[in-house]
Design a protein around this ligand. Sequence first.
Ligand code: NAP
Length: 511
Amino acid sequence: MTMNDVQIAIVGAGFSGLGAAIKLKQNGVDDFVILDRGADFGGTWRDNTYPGAACDVPSQLYSYSFAHNPRWSRSYSHQPEIHRYINDVADEHGVRAHTRFGTEVERAEWHDDQRRWILDVVRDGRHEQVRAEIMVGAVGPLCEPNLPDIDGFDDFGGKIVHSARWDNDYDFTGKRVAVIGTGASAIQLVPEVAKAAARLDVYQRTAPWIVPRTERPYTPAEHWAFENVPGFQTAMRGVVYAANEITAFGLTYSPKSLKPVELICRANIARSIRDRELKRKVTPTFQVGCKRILRSNDWYPAIARSNVALVTDPIAGITETGIVTQDGTARDVDVIVVATGFHVTDSPVFDKIVGTDGRSLAGVWEEIGMQGYKGSFVNGFPNMMLMIGPSTGLGHTSMVYMIESQLNYLVDYITTVRAQGITRADVKFDAQRAYNAEIQHSLRNSVWVNGGCASWYKDHHGNITTLWPGFTFNFRRITKHFDIAAYDVERGASASATSATTEKRPASVTA
Ligand code: NAP
């Protein structure tokens, strides 16, 4: 078996893995490799190719601050354009040569005796190992599609497709289609599929709150200004950023102040749907913001179409020919589209990462909940930095902002360990515990806790462990420098810890 030695192994070539690679190069670190199971850069923006896939954060902000794109065609970009942008940035920064595509990481285990992560990878059917001093886990929280726990999927004789694994060769024209789910992905793909399908049944468990999408093409004058007026795009980013941060206040500290957003959503329904029964069905019963606030102009018109039915009776099961609801109605279809999201707090990836004492990330998080330190490090997993780790997700603005905050932390971490000859850094359990207690305290009045909805923002302990509470500039502030005092560090080849305050994790702890 081939063994490859590198200083840093980055797993994942999406926005965060690519960003990490670029920042390392810019800071003089070249001894790294990116491993990705796909065929090019883009991560979730490579994998989600369903019709209508687009970003609901304006392109000006949903891009790297160090790689402005004056050629965005519209105010909100669609998947092909974002995918192209990410690949262009990778080429402009010479990162492709560092990247091994088609490479699946099957397991990553920390070996204390070697002070190395050893990654078992499969590439073109061949098993190899990559040994790295530091591992950057950049797989993203939305990478493992979630199939709903509904009986009968195996019995279905037609086609099943998940929104994140779209089959672009399949022709929906004239087909009888079922879509399960009414989240961010479903509301984008349903209007497109409805145009082609003979009949479309949309299975809704929970109605989402939806604001209009203020999307428009950029004018030639704007494109000229993006290219030629210094600071124009930066200023636009600033405006979008500031406007979005206002929502953060309402979501985290004052859900009542989100009332105007609810009124906009209600007006959106009133304007789009005439049928009283359909209006009732699409009006959410939880507080706006408790689940992601969606953006669409074509969702309500789509479900009001004559060939579309919104089914709200719970699904009882799937048969060989279609879907049966609990009221006993059977609806036969040719294809079932599963738009039911991702394994976020229970990702199978967590089973594959093994830290000290042979404990997997899944095992540790099963016990203490999905928690880490500054979204980046987890006690018991030395020399591993996670991108978009626990408590970094957002419902109101661009994840790229959070990623870039973590990139500052990554660069300072790498610079520090190099300068000080540190061979092992493990975040202290007490630092992690205090950090998470503070996060949970900040969330106590939030709409995610009190808004009356069930959401994937919560882990199995019932804690919100996916979202960053409050303003994102606070995350930028706390990730500016690698705060070495929060870590147990060791230097050189010996196992002598420099910190006198090492604390062992108790057997059972809740945040
Ligand atoms: P999602 O938000 O998790 O939505 C999943 C949908 O499936 C929900 O409507 C859910 O209903 C439904 N569902 C799950 N299990 C079900 C079952 N057993 N029976 C019936 N319905 C079931 O997933 P997503 O739409 O793929 O979006 C995931 C995330 O991806 C988003 O929150 C967002 O962060 C990201 N995304 C972003 C964009 C963008 O524009 N930037 C676009 C797409 C996705 P319940 O609500 O009742 O659980």
